[in-house]
Design a protein around this ligand. Structure first.
Ligand SMILES: [Zn+2]
Length: 237
C-alpha cells in the first residue's frame, strides 16, 4: 500500500517514511489516502490537476447548474490548484455519475467510484440543496463522516437514535455503520485531525440523541477545517 502510494505521488520512499513518522500514520497508510483520487485518474492523467468528470444520469439543466455551483465551492480554495471537475460528460468517461430522485442522498467515497460498473450511479441526490450537494461531493472527494472522527466527543443515546432512524427505514446496522462506529486514528485528517463541529460532513444531531449534552445543527457550508482536511488529502506529505 505504502509503496503504491509513494509511486503514485512520485515520492521517495525514505521521505515518505519520515513524513509518516511526523504524522503518526499507521504502516498501512490512511484510509483517506487509500480513497483519494490519484494523479493518473480522471480525464487528464499525469497532468498538473486531477480532472474528475461528472455525468448526470437524469435531471434538468437547472438541477445540473445547482450541482455545478455547490460542488465547485470545494475548489475555490487551494484544492482548486490540484483538482477540477468537468461536468456533463458521457457516463463511460465519468468518475462520478449522479442520479436525481428517491433513494436518499448518498455517494461512494473517493476512489471507490473507480470500481463500479459503467452504468451505475456513484451518487444519488434526493435533495439538491447546498447541504446535500456539498456533503455528497465531500464523500466523492474522499471525506468520511465527521461524527465518526476518532476524537468525536459524543456519547450516543443509541436506543433513541435507532428508534428515530427506524422511521427513515434505517436498520440498527445502518446506524452502527453510519453513525456510531468511530474510525481508527488512520482516518484522521493529516492537517486537522481534531473533531470539527462546523464540518459539512457532520450529521445534524439533536440533543436527545446524546447522553452528554452534545448537539449540532445542519451545516450547509464547507468549514475551514473541511478545506484543510481535503487539501491535506491531495498534498503529498
Ligand atoms: Zn454522508
Amino acid at each position: 500500500m505504502l509503496d503504491s502510494y509513494a509511486e503514485d505521488v512520485g515520492f521517495d520512499r525514505e521521505l515518505l517514511d519520515a513524513a509518516i513518522a511526523d504524522f503518526r500514520l499507521t504502516p498501512r497508510g490512511t484510509a483517506n489516502f487509500q480513497k483519494r483520487w490519484r494523479r493518473n485518474d480522471g480525464m487528464t492523467p499525469g497532468g498538473r490537476k486531477i480532472t474528475l468528470s461528472v455525468h448526470f444520469i437524469n435531471g434538468d439543466a437547472s438541477l445540473h447548474r445547482n450541482v455545478q455551483r455547490y460542488s465547485n465551492n470545494w475548489l475555490s480554495g487551494a484544492l482548486g490548484t490540484k483538482l477540477q471537475f468537468k461536468f456533463g460528460v458521457r457516463q463511460s468517461q465519468s468518475q462520478i455519475a449522479i442520479h436525481f430522485g428517491p433513494g436518499g442522498n448518498k455517494s461512494l467515497v473517493g476512489r471507490e467510484s473507480a470500481n463500479v460498473a459503467p452504468h451505475s450511479a456513484t451518487m444519488n441526490l434526493e435533495s439538491q440543496d447546498e447541504r446535500a450537494v456539498t456533503h455528497e461531493f465531500g464523500h466523492a472527494l474522499g471525506l468520511s463522516h465527521e461524527h465518526q472522527n476518532p476524537s468525536v466527543p459524543i456519547v450516543w443515546n443509541k436506543p433513541a437514535v435507532i428508534r428515530d432512524m427506524a422511521r427513515e427505514g434505517w436498520s440498527r446496522r445502518d446506524c452502527e455503520e453510519n453513525i456510531f462506529n468511530k474510525f481508527g486514528r488512520d482516518y484522521e485528517c493529516v492537517r486537522s485531525g481534531a473533531f470539527d463541529v462546523r464540518s459539512v460532513m457532520l450529521y445534524p444531531i439533536p440533543s436527545h440523541w446524546t447522553l452528554n449534552g452534545f448537539s449540532s445543527t445542519l451545516n450547509s457550508r464547507i468549514s475551514p477545517n473541511d478545506r484543510d482536511c481535503v487539501v491535506g488529502l491531495y498534498t503529498p506529505p
